[in-house]
Design a protein around this ligand. Structure first.
Ligand SMILES: [Zn+2]
Length: 372
């Protein structure tokens, strides 16, 4: 059997379009790769692939990407190209680099009798939590001792991530003819003050051992108001994106934003703040075995292996909170994620394949029967 090459596989994976909801073709490619290398797998009713030997270390990577998008210079989104040690293409870093490394690690683990499995999922880039393949698989039940999420981390071991709460702030004033603004109360003027107040909010801070201080962030990402140009509108709605640290609940941040907005509009307007969607922040114990094993494995494979914390939200949330696993995030070095000319480092993809296998070997030094 030929040795699988993670970089050749990565180029193949990039060349197949797989925006969220259209993962069929890339999944077929993954199934063929697994069959070619004799690795047992199954596809669940949601469209996720579960491959390799259960009960040990579980790798998790998503098969979907954001759309190709505009403005590419180095290459086109689905025409992978290697330039100066980087593979360019949509999904190179998020998350096909980690996915290719994980697939190769699972093939090698199967050959060596190491309990390493891969959950390759659909729907990770969807804004709707009910589309998330990892969440679905976690609710169905996963047979694993610990997990590594293969999202790009520059070869560092991330011990958690921030949560995300989307809020809707509705400010109600009083409509009037625009020629007599003094007869109404303009909610857009109130919203201007509210945006200012939200942007300068003093957010929560958390000390993560070994990592340092992690802070939450809040920013206004949408504003909606207005009808005919000669009418002061009745209401103005803001969309607020709040990134939480572990321990902050959606209700905590809803109340905090409400308090700031109410204060900023001076009681002259009605304010209503509601939670539109929420996902949790996660932190795992930095003394846990998976953290130590992943750091050792990363360093042994030539990756930096430092302790970090992920600022965006990812599937570690579900692995920890739904499946009850200890988990970390460890993946290759990349950039321009979700933008044009997304790239991943060739070297770091190869090293991640080594690190994932090594991590399973550290956790399970004695080979098991993989039915070969
Ligand atoms: Zn991702």
């Amino acid at each position: 059997m030929r040795e699988p090459d993670p970089v050749a596989l990565l180029k193949d994976l990039i060349s197949v379009r797989s925006p969220t909801g259209e993962e069929d073709e890339v999944r077929a490619m993954i199934e063929e790769f697994l069959r070619d290398h004799g690795v047992p797998y199954e596809v669940d009713d949601f469209g996720n692939v579960l491959a390799g030997t259960r009960g040990g270390l579980l790798l998790n990577a998503h098969m979907d990407t954001v759309p190709g998008g505009e403005g590419w210079r180095i290459t086109e989104p689905y025409d992978p190209r290697i330039v100066s040690g980087r593979v360019y293409g949509r999904g190179a870093a998020d998350c096909k680099g980690g996915l290719a490394a994980a697939l190769v690690a699972v093939v090698r683990a199967h050959e060596e009798g190491i309990p390493l499995s891969l959950l390759a999922t659909v729907g990770e880039e969807s804004p709707r939590e009910e589309d998330n393949g990892t969440l679905h698989a976690c609710r169905e039940g996963l047979d694993a001792a610990a997990a590594v999420v293969c999202e790009p981390t520059d070869g560092h071991v991330n011990v958690g991530d921030r949560g995300r709460v989307t809020l809707e702030v509705r400010i109600t004033g009083e409509s009037a003819h625009a020629s007599k603004p003094q007869e109404g109360r303009n909610p857009i003027e109130a919203a201007a003050d509210a945006v200012e107040a939200i942007s300068s909010m003093d957010t929560e801070r958390l000390e993560v051992p070994g990592v340092g201080e992690v802070k939450s962030d809040v920013t206004v990402t949408g504003i909606e108001a207005g009808g005919p140009s000669n009418v002061i509108p009745h209401e103005c709605t803001l969309t607020v994106d709040y990134r939480t640290v572990p321990g902050e609940t959606p209700e905590d941040v809803r109340k905090a934003v409400e308090k700031e907005v109410v204060k900023s509009v001076d009681g002259e307007y009605d304010v209503e703040v509601r939670v539109k969607s929420a996902s949790r922040a996660t932190v795992v114990d930095t003394d846990s075995f998976i953290v130590k094993a992943a750091r050792r494995a990363a360093r042994a494979a030539g990756l930096p292996g430092g302790l970090r914390f992920k600022m965006g939200h990812c599937d570690i949330d579900y692995l920890v909170h739904e499946a009850g696993l200890d988990a970390v995030i460890l993946g290759p070095k990349g950039g321009n994620i979700h933008g044009p000319d997304e790239w991943v480092s060739v070297e770091s993809v190869r090293r991640c394949a080594e690190a994932y296998l090594k991590c399973a070997k550290i956790m399970f030094p004695t080979p098991v029967s993989t039915g070969r």
